[in-house]
Ligand binder design. Structure first.
Ligand code: PRP
Length: 180
C-alpha cells in the first residue's frame, strides 16, 4: 500500500534554469572547437535536464540516450547496474558528455562512464544536476554538478517516485505525512 505524502519545493524552476545557463557556459569552454559533441542522456530521469541543457549549448551537438537500471520502483539502489538500452550511435574518437539527473550511491554514473570510456571517445565528461555526496558508496564525482543536496528523497524535473512526479517543473522533497 502506498504511503501518503506531500512534496515541498526544494529547488525552484528559476534556480535550475539559472544554474543550467552557468553550467552550459562551462561546458562550452571545455569543449570549445569540438566538431561534434555527443550528449548522452541516461534514461529516464535525465530527459528534462538534457532537453534544457542542450538548448543552452551553442555547439554542434548530437543527442543520444542510454538506459541503465539500478533501481526498481522502490527507493533503494540494488547496486547492480545493467545496461537496458545502448547508444544508437558510435562514440569512438568523439567528444562525449554524459548527462545524469542525480548521483546518489554513484554506482550508475560510475558504471556507465566506465562502459562508455571503453569505446575510446576523444574527451568524455559527466554532468549531474543533483549530487547527494552523503549517500556515496563508490569513489565517483561528476565533472560538473548543478546542486549538492542533503540525503533527502527528491522528485521532479525528471526524477520519479514509483514513476510519478517526473513532470514537476521544480525539484521537490517528498515528505511522508504518516510520519510522527
Ligand atoms: C536513478 C537516477 C540515477 C540513479 C542514481 O535512476 O535517475 O540514474 O538512480 O543512483 P545511484 O547513484 O545510486 O546509482 P533509476 O534507476 O531510478 O532510473 P530512472 O532514471 O529511470 O528513474
Amino acid at each position: 500500500m502506498s504511503r501518503p505524502y506531500v512534496i515541498d519545493q526544494m529547488i525552484s524552476a528559476k534556480s535550475i534554469a539559472a544554474r543550467i545557463e552557468a553550467l552550459a557556459h562551462d561546458i562550452h569552454a571545455a569543449f570549445e572547437g569540438t566538431d561534434k559533441l555527443v550528449v548522452v542522456g541516461l534514461l529516464r530521469g535525465s530527459f528534462v535536464f538534457i532537453a534544457d541543457l542542450v538548448r543552452e549549448l551553442d555547439l554542434p551537438v548530437e543527442v543520444d540516450f542510454i538506459e541503465a537500471s539500478s533501481y526498481g520502483d522502490g527507493m533503494e539502489s540494488s547496486r547492480e547496474v545493467r545496461i537496458l538500452k545502448d547508444l544508437r550511435g558510435t562514440i569512438e574518437g568523439r567528444d562525449v558528455l554524459i548527462v545524469e539527473d542525480i548521483v546518489d550511491t554513484g554506482h550508475t554514473l560510475s558504471h556507465v562512464t566506465d562502459y562508455l570510456r571503453s569505446r575510446h571517445p576523444a574527451r568524455l565528461k559527466t554532468i549531474a544536476l543533483l549530487d547527494k555526496p552523503a549517500r556515496r558508496e563508490v569513489d565517483f564525482r561528476a565533472d560538473w554538478t548543478g546542486f549538492e543536496i542533503p540525503d533527502a528523497f527528491v522528485v521532479g524535473y525528471g526524477i520519479d517516485f514509483a514513476q510519478r512526479n517526473r513532470n514537476l517543473p521544480y525539484i521537490g522533497q517528498v515528505r511522508f505525512t504518516d510520519e510522527a
